[in-house]
Every structure is written in structure tokens, then in C-alpha cells.
Ligand binder design. Structure first.
Ligand SMILES: Nc1ncnc2c1ncn2[C@@H]1O[C@H](COP(=O)(O)OP(=O)(O)OP(=O)(O)O)[C@@H](O)[C@H]1O
Ligand code: NI
Length: 333
């Protein structure tokens, strides 16, 4: 089963397909109860060209771990199951690929990473132009220095901005340099993990618009964020994650207008335009998921407005398709 994104399955071939991807961190070699963190459970997603897929959910639900799994950047205590296939430039099974393939063909060439904090990601002692030029020499040696200016224009920087050192760049400009760096090899997939941390709202909006523009040029953008307002500005599709699972996936417009999962509805009610009503309580601790699922079935029950108290669902809801949208919820939860 693969949760689709985009209303029309026929629309285009995916660039990236996740099929029941799971990540656990083993905290103790003897695997006592509570000795492992279930960070990602059975995540299935498609990312297509021209789309911005926003992966949203509260802090600690597993979004960044999912991204690290795709890039082969998990620590040694991680155990990964399921599949993640990158289709371009050449098909690669990301989970089983050796580090040489991940380093040589995936990171940068297949998947361009836009980091969380651009200014700390940039080398402080070199100008933006020097850093871009170096990346062009490494990844696109056939392209001339004019690619640097072309990339700057593409992300909305003036050519003269490139002469600055990172500490002379505003947060928004540093973020655009980071996006330009991610685009050097023209990667089919751009992965942005919380790319707007620390930026004020106008700069958040500009960064989002740049990611939207990147998708319109034919890239697929996986945007990881807990800022739903930012996601709303630019996402074509949304995947909502709760306690390691994807609980709802579908076209952004439909999800924002009519969320099906009570957790998605709760996230939208927490927005200013939704009335500033955050969901009471906290997500479960991820070392407790196995026990909670055994006791309650669905791990959202504890916070479900339709299920006050601890009345359990029976079994953990599977992600099920209804007319191009996917939801993992029981009625009424
Ligand atoms: N190396 C590790 N060992 C054990 N647990 C880890 C490790 N790395 C991450 N985790 C746990 O995995 C869970 C998911 O973390 P992750 O960073 O993916 O959350 P997130 O959804 O990206 O949150 P945020 O929005 O705050 O960035 C957390 O409970 C975190 O503590
Ligand atoms: Ni994160």
C-alpha cells in the first residue's frame, strides 16, 4: 500500500517513494521494554515532480528521523525497515544503498538538502560566491562560473549579495544561499527540514515562495515543518505525522479545508486563523508506543476530542484510502 499524493495517480511518475518505512533506535542491547524508540512506523509516501509535500506534526514525532533515513544519515543504533526508492537521476534503493552510493549519487545529486539553520551551515570564512563556486566545481564541473550567477538569480539573490560573508547576510539571504547550494546539481528532490527556524514571518513567506518556485521548475520538494501556516502557503500535498505514524495524507487544499483525522483538525485549530486552540495534552513518549498500542489500540485516543478519557479504539488504525485521500482513524476518532 502506498499513500498517494496528488489527486491524480496518473499525473506523473514519482521521484521518491516510501513504502512502509520504519526506524527504531535501540537504546539497550538487551531490548527490554522501553529500551527502544519507535521514531518512524510504516511511513508510505510518494513525491512527484512539481509538488511540495509538507510533512507536518508536533516536535519529536519523527519527521527529521525520516529525512535522515532517506539520506543515510542515521546513527549506528538505528534499525531501518521497509523501502525508500529514489527514481532519478538513476533508481536507488536508499535503505540498502552503500555509503559510497549515498555520498556520491544521492546526497547533493539526487536529493538536495536545505538545512534548518542556513547561517551555521555555511562556512564562515568564505563568501557566498566562493562556496557556491566550490560546489559547482565539485558537482557540475562541466558548468561554468555563470551557473553561480544563474543559481543566485533563481533563488532571488542579487549577484552582488554573493560577495558577502555568511555573517554579513541576513537570515533570509543565508537561507537563499543554502537553497542555491542545494540546487547546484539540479537534484530531482529537494529536502528542506525546518528551513525557516528563526526567521520572521515575511522571511518565512519568502523562503516558502522560493521552495514553491523550485517545485514549479520540476523538482519535488519535501518540506518538513511544524509551522502549518508556512506549509499552507506553499504545499500542494500534506502528510500529517503523529507519534511516528503518518495519520493523514492528501491534497493540501482539501486537508486544510476539511481535515479528516482529529489530530489534523486539532493542528488547524491551534493556528491563529483556527482560533488559537492548541490540542490539550502531549504526544506520547516514543519509547512507550508499543505498550500504549497494546493498551489503547490507537495512540491518539488519549487526546482525541471525540474520545474523552481513555476509551480505547480497537487496534491501531491503518492508513486507508478514500477518493485520493488517506486517513488512519476510527470513527469517531
Ligand atoms: N539517535 C537517536 N537515538 C535515540 N532516539 C533518537 C535519536 N534521534 C532521534 N531520536 C528520537 O526520535 C524521535 C523523533 O525525533 P525527530 O528529530 O525526528 O523529531 P521531529 O519530528 O523532527 O521534531 P522537531 O519538530 O522538534 O524537529 C524523538 O523522540 C527523538 O528523541
Ligand atoms: Ni526535526
Amino acid at each position: 500500500m502506498t499513500a498517494c499524493t496528488g489527486a491524480d495517480e496518473q499525473e506523473s511518475e514519482p521521484l521518491l517513494r516510501l513504502d512502509r518505512l520504519s526506524v527504531r533506535f535501540l537504546l539497550s542491547p538487551r531490548r527490554r521494554p522501553g529500551s527502544e524508540v519507535r521514531a518512524v512506523t510504516d511511513a508510505s509516501l510518494n513525491l512527484r515532480p512539481g509538488r511540495v509535500l509538507a510533512l507536518v506534526g508536533e516536535s519529536g514525532c519523527g519527521k527529521s528521523v525520516l529525512a535522515s533515513a532517506l539520506l543515510g544519515l542515521l546513527p549506528a543504533n538505528a534499525q531501518v525497515r521497509g523501502r525508500a526508492r529514489l527514481y532519478r537521476p538513476d533508481p536507488v534503493e536508499l535503505i540498502s544503498a552503500p555509503e559510497s552510493v549515498l555520498a556520491g549519487e544521492v546526497r547533493g545529486r539526487g536529493v538536495g538538502l536545505v538545512p534548518q539553520s542556513a547561517s551555521t551551515h555555511l562556512t564562515p570564512v568564505r563568501t557566498a560566491r566562493a562556496q557556491l563556486a566550490e560546489a559547482v566545481r565539485a558537482l557540475r564541473p562541466e558548468a561554468g562560473a555563470e551557473l553561480v550567477d544563474e543559481l543566485a538569480r533563481r533563488v532571488g539573490l542579487r549577484v552582488e549579495d554573493l560577495e558577502h560573508y555568511p555573517h554579513e547576510l541576513s537570515g533570509g539571504m543565508a537561507q537563499r544561499v543554502a537553497l542555491a547550494l542545494a540546487l547546484v546539481a539540479d537534484p530531482p528532490v529537494v529536502l528542506a527540514d525546518e528551513p525557516t527556524t528563526g526567521l520572521d514571518r515575511p522571511l518565512v513567506d519568502r523562503t516558502m515562495d522560493q521552495l514553491g518556485e523550485t517545485a514549479r521548475r520540476g523538482h519535488g520538494v519535501l518540506l518538513i515543518t511544524h509551522d502549518l501556516s508556512a506549509a499552507r502557503r506553499v504545499a500542494t500535498d500534506v502528510a500529517v505525522m503523529y507519534a511516528s505514524r503518518i495519520v493523514e495524507v492528501g491534497p493540501a487544499e482539501e486537508i486544510f479545508a476539511n481535515p479528516w483525522h482529529p489530530y489534523t483538525a486539532g493542528l488547524l485549530r491551534a493556528l491563529p486563523e483556527g482560533g488559537f486552540e492548541p490540542i490539550p495534552g502531549h504526544p506520547p513518549v516514543l519509547t512507550e508506543l508499543e505498550r500504549l498500542e497494546r493498551e489503547w489500540g490507537c495512540v491518539f485516543c488519549q487526546r482525541c476530542p471525540d474520545m474523552p478519557g481513555f476509551a480505547p479504539c480497537t487496534g491501531n488504525p491503518e492508513l486507508i484510502e478514500h477518493g485520493g485521500r488517506w486517513v488512519a482513524a476510527h470513527a469517531p476518532c
